[in-house]
Design a protein. Structure first.
Length: 477
């Protein structure tokens, strides 16, 4: 057995606890900056503001299409930066400050705007914020790929970040409920308002972005940069770098896997919120917001419980098999909603969340760690370390997959005949159509993701071979 296939990490490959903690504190920034808007979009813009589901989809997809332009550009800039502080940390520091300043602007649209005007306000300031956020996010995600060369230690670093991201997800799950508290009563309607609540919650999120975003820049070192591997590397032209990334076989497989998996789960989450709110809970928003919170608690508990289990299991059976188990758990959840989403037994819905929490624990661990293995594979092939380019393309695929699911959810809701103005009095045929779509589309997408996973080639043994060849060619880091 190669020394690099052992589950025991060499002392020189270990990431100290303090650096793991400093990096992990950036995890909630990544979660709250992107996913609060995604999760609150339909309850806020459609249910409360009566914006057409199609308009909500346009908002989400417009921001993701902008990411498709700005993410790869920022990844390339970061890869080619050469400063006395490194090629990631200066951007992380500045990006955190700019992101904290611009985030609240998304939520402070003037009262009295038409649905179309509100849509353009969110898109406009959303583009401004996500431009600033990309300055932070691409270098931050790239930094993960430079912290250790060890196959298993990478998973442990990712697991450490996963704990903080999961806790941030708990906040995300309760945000709808929080916005409906009496403290956020609208002066116009004299009722609790999600729109009014998000105005003030946005300042708290901005604070998290500022503090959590800056810490990795101050306390995490760039191992590959400081070892001299990067300083000797020539700058790579943008389109050449993009072409090399998009022709990397293992990376393409990982991206397609992520596309289908997250497409299925995004529909499961966004479309499922309507099935739960209107079919199971009779259109009662306050009860539905509490159930969203309950679900986030269940998700958090099981995700936190399964993160260390999957981290340990990956050292025994490898990342690919762990990822297969994770997806299978989520598939069980998606395939059983016809029976578990029952108006007579609303709490049974939380059983699905158990499987999702456990499955996602393995998913986020494995795909982040496997992405780093792909960068090593690419270095062996091209002689270049281009973490920023891989991080940017994969980040866009991740966000695009989710929002494509939300894009499909909007027209799909309209296709079923759903009308938000009817609240819980939707016709029975509408509920039947919603429930059928809720099973068929997510299950199909998840099965396709499992099929693609069979073709990912970087096993623990292959990763060890790649590392040995790299160290023989350019030395250790």
């Amino acid at each position: 057995m190669s020394k690099h296939t052992s589950s025991i990490v060499a002392p020189e490959d270990r990431v100290p606890f303090g650096k793991k903690l400093a990096y992990a504190l950036g995890g909630p920034v990544d979660i709250l900056s992107v996913w609060v808007l995604v999760s609150i979009a339909y309850p806020l813009f459609n249910m409360e503001m009566q914006m057409r589901p199609l308009y909500v989809s346009i908002i989400l997809m417009s921001l993701r299409l902008w990411d498709g332009i700005i993410d790869p550009l920022m990844g390339w800039i970061s890869d080619n930066a050469r400063t006395r502080w490194g090629r990631r940390r200066p951007f992380i520091f500045v990006g955190a400050i700019l992101s904290a300043i611009t985030y609240p602007l998304i939520w402070w649209a003037p009262a009295g705007l038409s649905p179309e005007q509100n849509m353009f306000w969110v898109i406009g300031f959303g583009i401004l914020f996500y431009t600033c956020f990309t300055i932070w996010a691409m270098p931050y995600q790239s930094l993960l790929m430079e912290m250790t060369p060890d196959y298993n230690e990478r998973t442990r670093v990712t697991a450490f970040r996963g704990y903080f991201q999961t806790l941030a997800g708990l906040v995300n799950g309760w945000v709808w409920w929080i916005t409906l508290r009496p403290i956020f009563i609208s002066s116009i309607t004299n009722e609790p308002s999600t729109a009014n609540g998000m105005r003030y919650i946005s300042f708290a999120i901005a604070g998290v972005i500022l503090i959590g975003g800056i810490i990795p820049a101050l306390f995490v070192k760039e191992r590959y940069y400081e070892s001299g591997v990067i300083t000797k590397q020539k700058k790579v032209p943008f389109f050449k770098s993009l072409k090399e990334t998009l022709t990397n076989g293992p990376f393409i497989i990982l991206c397609l896997f992520t596309l289908f998996f997250l497409l299925g789960t995004a529909i499961f989450d966004s479309y499922g919120r309507y099935v739960g709110t209107y079919y199971v809970l009779g259109g009662k928003w306050d009860i539905a917001s509490r159930f969203a919170g309950y679900g986030s608690v269940v998700y958090t508990v099981f995700s936190l419980a399964f993160i260390p289990l999957f981290s340990w299991l990956s050292t025994k059976i490898g990342k690919i098999k762990c990822l297969f188990i994770s997806v299978s758990m989520v598939l069980v959840s998606a395939a059983t909603t016809w029976w578990t989403f029952n108006p007579s037994y609303p709490y049974v819905m939380l059983v699905n969340t158990i499987f999702i929490g456990a499955g996602y624990a393995g998913l986020w661990l494995m795909i982040s760690s496997m992405q780093i293995d792909v960068v090593d594979y690419d270095e062996l092939k091209t002689g270049e370390r281009r973490e920023g380019n891989f991080a940017s393309i994969f980040s866009w695929i991740l966000k695009f997959s989710f929002c494509l699911g939300f894009l499909i959810s909007g027209p799909l809701l309209e296709f079923t005949g759903f009308d938000a103005a009817l609240e819980g009095a939707q016709p029975e045929a509408v509920y039947r159509n919603m429930r059928i779509g809720y099973i068929v589309i997510p299950v199909t997408a998840l099965v396709l993701s499992l099929f693609l996973l069979r073709f990912f080639p970087i096993t623990p043994q292959k990763a060890a071979e790649i590392r040995e060849q790299l160290e023989a060619r350019r030395g250790k880091v």
